[in-house]
Design a protein around this ligand. Structure first.
Ligand code: SF4
Length: 310
């Protein structure tokens, strides 16, 4: 088992980090490396399909989001954007995935559904823009997943446990390590990319409006995909986190524990309890009650029909 990032750095010195994760899984769980890679090839395809569907937009379950990717894509296609293509694509793909998630479409949780746009946003955008072999993206997914699994084993990837730093922060950290891998960084740079991304999300609270993974989650994925790219860029340039990654993770755990319950996925604080957040929650509750009443009325009508036929 890879117990810490310090341990990872020792194990992977001078080696391909993806191989180190694959070998560890093979030894621990008796899952052949090729089987893991094949599963991840399929996940990459799911991510790509999801991006293509999500670009078209559509109303979300709570009607709070859903067309962000379509709007950004339209602006891009008509020359109304000002950022570089890699950044736009990372935002666009993250929004597309999260739009699909908000419509209950199939996505790849990375590490969670609520943070599922960050990693594909970063990796797929980079793959396209730098014309990187898709097989390298698959191996970068091994690295990103490996980083996520060390954090999950030593801390938590649950917004309910520690706020959004545990979800979007971890996703950005995973993606930053994956990007550093795709750009041929070494293990030290990958770990510092992960650390720079994670430490600059510390304290990020989980405050979903109406309890739905829509606001602020969808746009937050786009912003933190770009954040992760920036972290990877710094690390690849030789910038290092003054605080080692293992200590950043420890800080994340301590901060998560000190967050009040209202800022840990309960929708009882932060954006969820602004005037607008409260109004949205009331509207959602009224709609849910109406749907329940409609279903009950339909059941009653069918029961009466059956009775009349007897
Ligand atoms: S705000 Fe909460 S629900 Fe939304 S992505 Fe962050 S952790 Fe997940």
């Amino acid at each position: 088992m890879i117990e810490s990032f310090k341990h990872l750095e020792q194990l992977a010195a001078g080696r391909d980090v993806a191989d180190v994760f694959l070998e560890t899984d093979e030894q621990e769980h008796a899952v052949p490396a090729e089987m893991i890679l094949e599963a991840l090839r399929k996940r990459r395809e799911v991510m790509r399909d999801c991006v293509e569907r999500g670009k078209n937009g559509g109303e979300s379950m709570g009607k709070l989001v859903g067309n962000e990717a379509r709007l950004l894509n339209e602006a891009w296609q008509s020359g109304r954007t000002f950022l570089d293509p890699l950044t736009i694509k990372a935002e666009l793909y993250a929004l597309a995935v999260m739009g699909e998630n908000s419509r209950m479409g199939v996505i790849v949780a990375a590490p969670t559904a609520g943070a599922g746009g960050v990693v594909p946003g970063m990796l797929l955008a980079l793959e396209e823009e730098r014309k990187i072999d898709p097989e390298k993206t698959v191996r970068a997914m091994v690295v990103a997943g490996g980083v996520g699994s060390i954090i999950a084993l030593t801390a938590s990837i649950s917004g309910a446990a520690g706020g959004c730093q545990n979800e979007i922060g971890v996703a950005s950290s995973m993606g930053a390590a994956g990007v550093a891998y795709m750009m041929d960084g070494n293990v030290r740079q990958m770990i510092h990319a992960a650390a720079i991304a994670l430490k600059n999300t510390l304290g990020l609270v989980c405050d979903p409006v109406g309890g739905l993974v829509e606001v602020p989650c969808v746009k937050r994925n786009a912003l933190f995909a770009v954040h992760g790219l920036t972290a990877a860029q710094l690390a690849l340039a030789g910038v290092e986190s003054a605080i080692p990654m293992d200590e950043v993770v420890e800080a994340m755990v301590r901060i998560g524990r000190s967050l009040p319950r209202g800022l840990r996925e309960t929708a009882e604080g932060g954006l969820a309890t602004t005037d607008t957040g409260n109004a949205i929650a009331l509207r959602l509750k009224a709609e849910a009650n109406q749907r329940r009443a409609d279903r009950a009325a339909e059941r009653e009508r069918l029961a009466q029909e059956r009775k009349a036929q007897r």
